[in-house]
Design a protein around this ligand. Structure first.
Ligand code: RFL
Ligand code: PHB
Length: 392
């Protein structure tokens, strides 16, 4: 088989890249290690920046997103039993939208299959070859049969644990990595959300976040240990932690209990691999960078990367040269580091750290009070949260 762009990974990055290339007349094949049901069922991110919604809309895959997504004009910050609302729309003129990542993935898969374009699930033993040459290739096994795809370009959209970043010689990559001493225990529960907007809470027991997937489905997180044993967290203990951490002084809890239908622990990490290109292999999304989920940026960053990659590859195939491809990594990284900073900042302001002494507590509360009391500080949060401008 031969194609122009071989895309490895059918997450938001790989699937959206395929769609954006299709719109520009560039052929591609998408290879995914897992089966369709697994990819469509994986519960992860839930919040889309305004720019991500606009990108999906322009790509013609946002019909259900506009019908079912929940648009939010603000968010709530809770600490010391107080509640403060940040009016994102009033400050920035933009809003964010709650729509599950797996819904974005389902919409992109349905569109690609409806268009009759190649998307191969359950590709085993995927490997890349000759990435430093102008004729790279991908090999894999499909139902036990060895397959090979010759390409001009390979897009490594295979997430943090994929094979693409690992295929780049270590001497050609610089890695920046920070692992946090805490994690998130996340639940999905059949219960109405605590509030119609997201609540981010700083509490002496640790961080908590109340978000949602619909008007009857709550998604909630509590800070826990990185090696937390889920068996130690009965449903009652989880609800108790959520009631306590999200409490407002003198008011009844807003947390609505319901049947917990999913539980999991998410590690917290900041990671960047530079540059995001080696020869004809380009990395996009989690394959190149990870942010802690506190800023809700992972999926949004993946979308920002593939916007630039699609434009660069389209220019190349249209015979306009490699200048944009050469600039891909630099253009992406400039915005990625700003988003890394924001995600790290939100994380350290809201979580209980290793020190957990009076000093950390007072500095965090002072920062939150400053943030809620200053127009400039609120604008800084709002501008980053709704999404920074794209490089292109
Ligand atoms: P993905 O989604 O991991 O997709 C990579 C795909 O590649 C496949 N793959 C391979 N395919 C072929 N061959 C191989 N050798 C392969 N190895 C792997 C995988 O099966 C998979 O299908 O990466 P992508 O596309 O870069 O997308 C990134 C996002 O998934 C990620 O950044 C977000 O989920 C992060 N994140 C959030 N991001 C947001 O923008 N907003 C949020 O609100 C938000 N909340 C979150 C999050 C992530 C979380 N978890 C579970 C890590 C909340 C949580 C709890
Ligand atoms: C989510 O809805 O899962 C979500 C929202 C905001 C975050 C993280 C996760 O910061």
């Amino acid at each position: 088989m031969r194609t122009q762009v071989g895309i490895i990974g059918a997450g938001p990055a790989g699937l959206l890249l395929a769609r954006l290339l299709q719109a520009r007349g560039v052929d591609c094949v998408v290879l995914e290690a897992r089966d369709r049901a697994y990819v469509e069922g994986r519960i992860r991110a839930g919040l889309l920046e305004q720019g991500s919604v606009d990108t999906l809309t322009e790509a013609g895959v946002a019909e259900r997103l506009h019908r079912e997504g929940l648009a939010h004009d603000g968010l709530e910050l809770r600490f010391e039993g107080e509640n403060h609302r940040i009016d994102l729309a009033a400050i920035t003129g933009k809003r964010v939208t709650i729509y599950g990542q797996q819904e974005v993935v389902k919409d992109l898969i349905a569109q690609r299959l409806a268009d009759g374009l190649p998307l191969i699930f359950e590709a085993e033993g995927v490997a890349v070859h000759d990435i430093a040459s102008t004729r790279p290739s991908i090999t894999w096994r499909e139902n036990g049969t060895a397959r090979r795809l010759e390409c001009d370009i390979i897009a490594g959209c295979d997430g943090f644990h994929g094979i693409c970043r690992a295929a780049i010689p270590a001497a050609d990559l610089t890695i920046f990595d920070r692992i946090y001493p805490f994690a998130w225990l996340g639940i999905l529960a059949e219960a109405a959300p605590a509030s119609h907007e997201l609540i981010y809470a700083r509490h002496a027991d640790g961080f908590a976040l109340a978000t949602m997937r619909s008007e009857s489905l709550s998604r909630m997180y509590v800070q826990c240990a990185p090696d937390e044993d889920l068996a130690q967290w009965s449903d009652a203990r989880i609800w108790d932690a959520l009631h306590r951490r999200l409490a407002r002084t003198g008011l009844p809890s807003q947390v609505n209990e319901g049947r917990i239908i999913q539980k999991g622990v998410t590690a917290m990490r900041s990671f960047v691999a530079e540059p995001m290109r080696f020869g004809r292999l380009f990395l996009a999304g989690d394959a190149a960078h990870i942010v802690p989920p506190t800023g809700a940026k992972g999926m949004n960053l993946a979308i920002a990367d593939v916007r630039i990659l699609a434009a660069a590859l389209a220019a190349f195939f249209a015979g306009r040269g490699e200048a944009l491809m050469d600039d891909y990594s630099r253009l992406c990284l400039e915005r990625i580091w700003k988003v890394q900073r924001f995600s790290w900042w939100m994380t350290q302001m809201l979580h209980r750290g290793d020190m957990n002494d009076g000093f950390e507590h007072r500095v965090q509360v002072a920062e939150l009070r400053y943030l809620c009391g200053s127009d400039a500080a609120r604008a800084t949060l709002a501008e980053n949260y709704v999404g920074l401008p794209y490089a292109m």
